[in-house]
Design a protein around this ligand. Structure first.
Ligand code: SF4
Length: 450
């Protein structure tokens, strides 16, 4: 999903390794998987000086997203805007390039180099020689190439790339190819290096964490991977798991490891997409609403206090009022603590694109609003129950003198809520604090450090 405006993204490029006289501006669009690709490309170019000011840059690297119409619009706008700066060379990389190279080349003739999502290891060549780099076979980085971070205290680590599911609405498998897992030793070694160099939070990401290991080890290995990461890394850090398919067997393995080690955040992100059996079947998700309830029941009974984040699609073709009501009731009941509601995006090339009748775009927006309201009410209620509790908090910045922002383990970066707290003690981003919750405002908690 697109996550920020252009200037915000550029200003996030606070990185290590600055040195060359050549200046590089970086625009990172899309999901955390793209963030890692951007960081790997920046690692290959770590002798460049990173600039926050595009007018100052010799090169601008735009890592695009082509997953949904909204992200393609955002990526197109970024390319257009950056090409207005005639002084610098613009390099466009990412999913959008892999998906629509021909169209893009026709529209943006002044682009200096094009780099597909599987060609990020060619970024150096692209910068030095320009041209088109889109023919590499699907791959995934090994680990040593990931040394430059957009956020110095909280890192995303990709454990695989690609996807073997065939959800009816999704173009990702056609862009990224089949699921391919990295090796346990490579991932655990990369994470040890990141934590030893001062990273406080590691967020494991993949299109589906529960599928990890099935390709190269022949069985789900996510539990084994977690154990190896925790064994190798002695320093205190948070390990967070993002994006799980509701595969109960693999989730049981994950929960078992989580229950034994407090370094694993009590938080799981499991996109369910819908709750109605008819819609789930049409989406080709391979499970039912009952199965979702079983998964939630297992997690909650094994890990009291855990937060589950999920995402739902509103306005899928043929979604009836009854389907929607079921979903609204499910969200309102508070089975999950956090739900992101996305409006259905009709993507050419998917099975869902062929389904009729479609829901009118205006009605999709209304449905999205209705579900988002149900989710917001659950969030207010959950926040009201936190007052008086003491929480471990990862400090992420300062708001004003003596006022800090942080996140509890139940809140992931870039998507969840903050805790705003007072403290006479000095903290820097990446420190952990203990904070007593004293209240809440809208979505965020309020507190005092103790
Ligand atoms: S699990 Fe489904 S929605 Fe997620 S990337 Fe794979 S095909 Fe797309």
């Amino acid at each position: 999903m697109p996550k920020a405006g252009l200037s915000a993204v550029i200003s996030k490029s606070a990185v290590r390794n600055q040195g060359s006289t050549m200046k590089l501006g970086v625009i990172n669009l899309g999901c955390p998987k793209n963030t890692v690709d951007t960081e790997v490309m920046m690692s290959y170019l770590r002798d460049f000086t990173i600039t926050k000011n595009p007018a100052d840059a010799d090169y601008i690297l735009i890592n695009t997203c082509g997953f949904l119409k909204a992200s393609r619009i955002e990526s197109t706008r970024a390319i257009s805007d950056m090409l207005k700066n005639r002084k610098c060379k613009v390099i466009v990389a990412g999913c959008f390039v892999t998906k629509e190279l021909k169209k893009l080349r026709k529209k943006f003739k002044e682009v200096y180099a094009w780099v597909g999502v599987n060609d990020i290891s060619n970024i150096r060549k692209a910068v030095e020689q320009g041209g088109v780099y889109t023919d590499s076979a699907p791959c995934v980085y090994k680990g040593m190439e990931h040394v430059t971070l957009l956020n110095p205290y909280s890192a995303y680590v990709k454990i695989s790339d690609g996807c073997n599911h065939r959800c009816s609405f999704c173009v990702i498998p056609s862009i990224k190819g089949k699921y391919r897992s990295r090796k346990i030793g490579d991932i655990a070694g990369e994470i040890k290096g990141l934590v030893d160099s001062g990273v406080s939070e590691i967020n494991l990401i993949s299109q589906d964490l529960t599928c990890y290991g099935r390709d190269n080890y022949g069985r789900p290995m996510i539990g084994r991977l977690m154990k190896e990461i925790l064994k190798r890394t002695k320093k205190f850090f948070w390990l967070r798991l993002l994006y799980l398919y509701p595969d109960l067997a693999a989730i049981k393995g994950i929960v078992e490891v989580m229950a034994k080690d407090t370094r694993v955040c009590r938080y799981l992100d499991i996109p369910f997409q819908h709750i109605s059996d008819g819609v789930l079947k049409s989406m080709k998700r391979g499970y039912t609403g009952k199965h979702i309830e079983k998964v939630i029941e297992h997690i909650k009974s094994s890990l009291p206090g855990v937060h589950i984040r999920t995402s739902f699609i509103a306005g899928y073709p043929r979604e009836t009022e009854d389907d929607l009501k079921k979903l609204e009731d499910f969200i309102g009941f508070g089975y999950v603590e956090k739900a992101g509601i996305f409006a259905y995006s009709d993507e050419p090339g998917t099975h869902a694109y062929t389904l009729k009748p479609k829901i009118n775009p205006g009605v999709i927006k209304q449905r999205q609003k209705r579900l988002a309201l149900a989710s917001a009410k659950v969030c207010y209620y959950n926040n009201s129950m936190e007052t008086g509790k003491t929480k471990k908090v990862l400090v992420i910045g300062k708001r004003a003198k003596g006022i800090y922002m942080g996140r509890t383990e139940e809140n992931a970066p870039d998507i969840d809520n903050y805790i705003i707290f007072n403290s006479g003690k000095l903290f820097k981003p990446g420190d952990f604090a203990r904070v007593k919750v004293t209240g809440y405002e809208k979505f965020d908690l309020l507190g005092d450090a103790i």
